[in-house]
Design a protein around this ligand. Structure first.
Ligand code: MOS
Length: 729
């Protein structure tokens, strides 16, 4: 079906199953350890071999010689793959760095060899016997030191690298009140629970690969390109995924090597990355330096707003798009934004949960707080004064729906914002200074075409098949709920099969488009199936109702089970194709974050005391899994604000803290009670199911709200994240 005009009233609106708080249907498999993740997909396979990846020990240079002879003679070794033995590979377009090093080396721990052996331990042990002679060359590793050589790329995610509206410089220099500040955000690692892992099987020129991947169809295409093989000969399967956050959007070395090794050894091959290897091998969220300038009139109306963002990547390829929120979020006639990128020889910089918006809002929303203070305004009043129903830099483009003001006001009421300390440092409980902070949450809610197949089986059960993934987000459940709602059956009667490239191509999990897009695809397929069922039942599909596992009209009612028994299995497949609505309207989700912190007067330790988010994201398809998405993202935002920091060793050119001992993420003890409120809503311009994305919204703004709360508690404005105690004492 084509979605090119706002959704009308449809069966989803009944909300008998959809929008009901529903525990995840695959939950029992996960908590009993019976959900099969990629590395466990060797059940029933014989002769499985194990691969161990060897990464480059230098950051930039060439391999002069790679001596594998000793390793080849080690016990259990079956094969060793290097650039010399593999031959030429195609380059998958989605990665910024090559998956395979040699002879050139682009970054530290770039995959250089795979040792294949009878056991994992043998492969790992033999890997230590590979001797490499490198020729090092000079690399650039520091963003600060290389900012002068940065360039303006042509494009960043979602737009040009430079935008200008009106006369920013003139308006800024004539503004009554101004702010000009520079901030820094640190590099972040996805550090998802399940490291990348793959099991590859070759049979008669056909490759089956179980791998942990967010986007099945991208994986299919990229594996085909990398291995120079026809797409029809590849099957990718990824039914369970232990987190992705953007780190599993693209094919990684484990998948490439597993496939190549399975072909070379004619055995199934398992490859995983070790935790210490992931950090320098996989993409990361680039560190940024961001300068924000805001000019207002005396009343606080923004007359000029400018945002510049610097980040680094291999060969200056991928910019972190931190300027994105500033392009849209607030009104103001004169504006400029620019992203610049420096060449850094670190692991590739790429998308991580709310790329652009997450680090951008960590800065913009602090600048807004600083500006409000200079103006002597409440930070909420200042934001509401500059609220807009049209895109900031493009007043011709309205938001499909925007209730930011309500999110701020509702949150203020619930949180007790009125009682916040009016001057920084004024409230103290024992040795703790107490402060509150607020920030707006804003993240675009794009959509992607998405297909599904729905079956009514002979036994009257419903099966949904789509290559959509569930990266821990709840896709299984909302897809099941959608089908149950559409066909009038209980959720327990629906089986959902995800992550298999043999199923229709879905939106996949990325850019917080997964939920709205994939359920819309299921909705479209179910509409078709309803027509088929009505046809065989001899009812008019336009007036037929699907309730109580039956199809009925005013005079007849037939149980679906009877129809299936009589007419056999019925199958329908369809794709939702999104038309121009997203061009006419800016579809985004909105929210607010409220944070209370305590800062220890002696040690400077920051403790989160309360977290509240209010969100507006159209229809909430499942309040349980949506809340889950929000609190996970809020936790990640707290990590970015207070602890997460990929520290670069500038001599070697790598991230020093490359495991979960050195790269700190929040643990339960770091996170207090988290409250989440969803505004009841539908956004008919967003998608047929009237939902928008929520998975990345929750991380946007939470870091700034924490920074603002720390300032409110202490009077110390930390402009370089993470806000560690050394910066407060
Ligand atoms: Mo998201 S960073 O597009 O997985």
């Amino acid at each position: 079906m084509k979605f090119d005009k706002p959704a009308e009233t449809n069966p989803i609106d009944n909300e008998k199953v959809v929008s009901q708080p529903t525990p995840r249907i695959e939950g029992p498999l996960k908590v009993t350890g019976t959900a099969t993740y990629a590395y466990e997909q060797d059940k029933g396979l014989k002769n499985v071999a194990y691969g161990y990846i060897v990464g480059s020990a230098i950051a930039k240079g060439t391999i002069e010689n790679i001596d594998i002879s000793k390793a080849q003679r080690a016990p259990g070794v079956l094969n060793i793959l290097t650039y010399k033995t593999i031959g030429s590979l195609g380059k998958a377009g989605r990665n910024n760095a090559h998956l395979l090093a040699g002879p050139n080396i682009e970054h530290y721990h770039q995959a250089m060899a795979l040792v294949v052996a009878e056991t994992f331990e043998q492969a790992r042990s033999a890997a230590n016997l590979i001797h490499v002679k490198y020729k090092r060359s000079h690399g650039q590793y520091s963003l600060v030191k290389n900012i002068d050589s940065s360039v303006r790329p042509e494009r960043i995610t979602g737009g040009p690298a430079y935008t200008s509206v009106g006369d920013f410089d003139g308006a800024f220099s004539n503004a009554d009140v101004t702010l000009d500040q520079t901030y820094g955000t640190s590099g972040h690692a996805h550090a998802m629970m399940e490291p990348p892992a793959s099991v590859a099987i070759w049979e008669d020129n056909k490759l089956t690969i179980y791998t942990s991947h967010q986007m099945i169809n991208w994986a299919l295409k990229d594996i085909a390109t990398t291995l120079n093989m026809p797409i029809e000969n590849i099957r990718v399967n990824s039914p369970f995924i232990g987190g992705g956050f953007g780190g599993k959007l693209f094919v990684r070395a484990d998948a490439m090597f597993a496939a190549l090794a399975a072909r070379a050894t004619k055995r199934p091959v398992k490859v995983t990355m070790t935790r210490p290897f992931m950090f320098n091998n996989m993409p990361h969220r680039a560190a940024t330096i961001q300068r924000v300038r805001i000019g207002t009139d005396k009343a606080g109306k923004i007359t000029a707003i400018g945002h510049e963002n610097w980040s680094g990547d291999i060969n200056a390829k991928k910019s972190e798009a931190g300027v994105r929120p500033t392009r849209m979020l607030y009104a103001g006639a004169n504006r400029m934004t620019e992203a610049r990128i420096a060449n850094l020889n670190l692991a590739e910089a790429n998308a991580m949960r709310a790329p652009g918006e997450a680090p951008g809002s960590m800065v913009l929303e602090v600048a807004m707080d600083e500006m409000a203070e200079t103006l002597g305004m409440d930070p909420i009043d200042f934001r509401i004064l500059n609220d807009t129903q049209v895109v900031g830099e493009n007043p011709d483009k309205p938001f499909s729906q925007r209730r930011l003001k309500e999110c701020l006001q509702r949150g203020a009421r619930e949180f007790g914002w009125r009682d916040r300390p009016k001057t920084p440092g004024e409230t103290r409980e024992g040795d703790w200074l107490i402060g509150m902070g607020v920030a707006a949450a804003f993240r675009n809610a794009p959509v992607q075409n998405s297909a599904a197949r729905v079956k009514l089986t002979r036994g009257g059960a419903v099966i949904v098949e789509t290559d959509m993934t569930d990266i821990g987000t709840g896709s299984y459940t909302i897809i099941g709920q959608t089908a149950a709602e559409m066909l009038g059956v209980p959720l327990s009667q629906v089986t959902v099969r995800l992550g298999d490239s043999d199923s229709p191509v879905s939106a996949g999990s990325g850019g917080q488009w997964g939920a709205a897009s994939s359920t819309s695809g299921v909705y479209a397929a179910c509409l078709k199936l309803r027509e088929k069922i009505a046809e065989v039942a001899g009812l008019d599909p336009k007036t037929a109702d699907f309730v109580d596992a039956s199809i009925s009209d005013a005079s007849n009612s037939y149980p679906l089970r009877d129809i299936a028994k009589e007419h056999g299995e019925l199958t329908a497949e369809d794709t939702v194709e999104f038309g121009d609505l997203q061009k006419q309207f800016q579809v985004s989700s909105f929210g607010s974050h409220f944070i209370e912190v305590g800062v220890h007067v002696v040690t400077g330790e920051v403790r989160l005391r309360r977290m509240l988010a209010v969100a507006e994201a159209g229809r909430i398809l499942n309040p349980t899994s949506a809340r889950n998405q929000m609190i996970g993202a809020m936790t990640m935002g707290a990590g970015a604000a207070l602890m997460e920091d990929l520290v670069v060793d500038e001599k070697v050119g790598f991230f020093v803290n490359h495991d979960l001992a050195g790269y700190e993420v929040p643990v339960h003890a770091d996170i207090p009670q988290q409250q989440v409120i969803f505004l009841e809503d539908e956004d008919p311009k967003s998608s047929p199911v009237k939902a928008k994305g929520v998975g990345e919204l929750g991380i946007c703004g939470v870091g700034a709200a924490i920074a603002n709360a720390v300032y409110n508690a202490t009077g110390v404005r930390v402009r370089q994240y993470p806000i560690t105690l050394d910066k407060l004492i």
